[in-house]
Design a protein around this ligand. Structure first.
Ligand code: 3PG
Length: 209
């Protein structure tokens, strides 16, 4: 399971991050992203209806690799697995979450901001991590520095990533992918502006090549 997800992320290399509260809008948005080359997505658990949105998108978009983001509790991990989502992501890491994710066997990318977080992740067997907030903790400079003591770790850079920055960020050899919300801003989702989201997605997909 994990290897299939890693293969997909290593091909797409840009992971759109969706904040949505409406099921139909979320399905439409994820379909638009996928039609324009972004076949994996992170749906954040940041809105009141987010878990339901996640479950419905998983059902409606079986061809898309749908993961859950902003996982803060072990209970959320369990609920995420119950939706059938492909993977889970957190902005950080705690011993509780790391234990729970390892027990569940859900493909999981904990968040790290530095070496200590990364060591905790590795203690629990997680060697692909989200570097967050990427722009504030040094993005590729941080990834490169951590690559010294931790050569087998791969990073998903997230937080403040832009279309313009993406090609250069992806050049760092231990960067698996970047994640960002710029392809599906709330303003365009609220306006049901799928044409604009299609353009942003297509540009992001090209930046990932
Ligand atoms: C996240 O959930 O990782 C962040 O919201 C993504 O950061 P961005 O909104 O700056 O792309």
């Amino acid at each position: 399971k994990m290897s299939a997800i890693l293969k997909q992320l290593s091909q797409v290399r840009v992971l759109p991050i969706l904040v949505a509260d409406d099921v139909q809008q979320a399905i439409r948005c994820v379909a638009t992203l996928a039609e324009n080359g972004l076949s994996a997505v992170e749906i954040t658990l940041r809105t009141p209806n987010a878990m339901n949105v996640l479950a419905e998108v998983v059902k409606a978009c079986p061809e898309v690799c749908v993961g859950a983001g902003t996982i803060l509790t072990a209970q959320q991990l369990i609920e995420v697995q119950d939706t059938g989502a492909a993977f889970g992501i957190s902005p950080g890491i705690t011993p509780t979450l790391a234990h729970a994710a390892a027990d569940l066997g859900l493909p999981y990318f904990p968040g790290v901001g530095g070496a200590s977080d990364l060591m905790l992740a590795l203690e629990h067997g997680f060697n692909v991590v989200k570097l967050f907030p990427s722009d504030l903790v040094g993005s590729t400079k941080m990834a490169k520095a951590l690559g010294g003591p931790f050569p087998d770790v791969r990073f998903c850079l997230t937080g403040g990533v832009t279309l313009e920055a993406t090609p250069q960020l992806l050049q760092q050899s231990n960067v698996l992918c970047v994640g960002g919300s710029w392809m599906c801003p709330a303003s365009l989702i609220e306006a049901n502006n799928w044409a604009a989201i299609a353009k942003l997605a297509a540009a992001a997909a090209i930046a990932g090549k």
